[in-house]
Design a protein around this ligand. Sequence first.
Ligand SMILES: *Cc1c(COP(=O)(O)O)cnc(C)c1O
Length: 362
Amino acid sequence: MSYKLFIPGPIAVSEKTLRAMAQPMIGHRSTDFVALYQSIQPELQALAYTKDPVFLATNSAWGSMEGAIRNVVKKKVLNCMNGAFSDKWFDVAQRCGKQAGALKSEWGQPVDPEALRKELSTGQYDAVTIIHNETSTGTMSDLTAIAAVLREFPDVISIVDTVSSFTVLPIKKDELGIDVLITGSQKAFALPPGLSLLSVSKRALDRAATQTDRGYYVDFVEFQKNHEAGMTPSTPVIPLIYALKSKLEDIKAEGLDNRFARHAQLNKMVRDWGFSKGFKLFPQEKYGSLALNCFANNLNYDLAALNKTLKSKHKLVIDGGYGKLKGKTFRISNMGDETVDTIKSLIASLDAALAETPKLAS
Ligand SMILES: *Cc1c(COP(=O)(O)O)cnc(C)c1O
């Protein structure tokens, strides 16, 4: 059962990364761990374009996304909703017992900065959640325009999910003024799942310190205290931190600008392939993600049959649509370690598989 994942997470993990994880364990309170933690901290800060600490949380991204709500929302959070993950965050806020407001856009539309300004102007909110790259619809919102709006509301703490965009393009946390930046390991980093990175501003830490029900597992105050000693609050997933260190070496060797350019090039290769076949992009093209392409199934192919052929004959898997978009869209990732050659080979497989895929009666 060996095949390669082109779904938008988890994605394929390199042999080098897998080998990096296979090392003897070290104690998480040992000087060896502190050295490991402190050696990667400057590189993580550089990747996030921030002077704030980058915490290592042993949970998938949702743990940090829920934790951020618990740490900073006192009055009411505004959840910007334009797809499955951002819609879910509204649900999660309510499950945490928080007052929550919904700022909805159609799936496939970006977060609307003007609508955001209007809603925040009501003065009800002390926090906002935004998903930079809505992976379910392949839609990327304009963080620069959103950040300009957020600067008008200094009492509103911003929580930004960059789970599927981090390291695909520059996300300048400090320049944008993002308070809480969250990402995960199994998307663009091309690491196995289980580790989340979390960079938290002084403002957000100060808010958390006054919060009485922020819980324990993702408590920003505990993270900060341990960070100052080069550690994490509880035993972290040490193999994934080894993997992260190895990946940071890869990124350094490639060069950040080259990495960003590579993702843009590969994304365009896949997008051009889709257009050449007659598929339309699901989101507005201007807001099409650089990490993946979400195509509309406007040609009405049997996507389940397509994926079956891809898996059995070509040993690869794409995604056949998320949630209510199942069968109506398909998604192909260009995150992680893909190259011009691997994407060319993917396209050859897609061509061959599509040629034998039936269309459904409409
Ligand atoms: C994958 C994803 C998540 C959820 O991540 P988990 O690691 O499954 O918790 C959240 N937000 C976005 C945008 C994602 O792509």
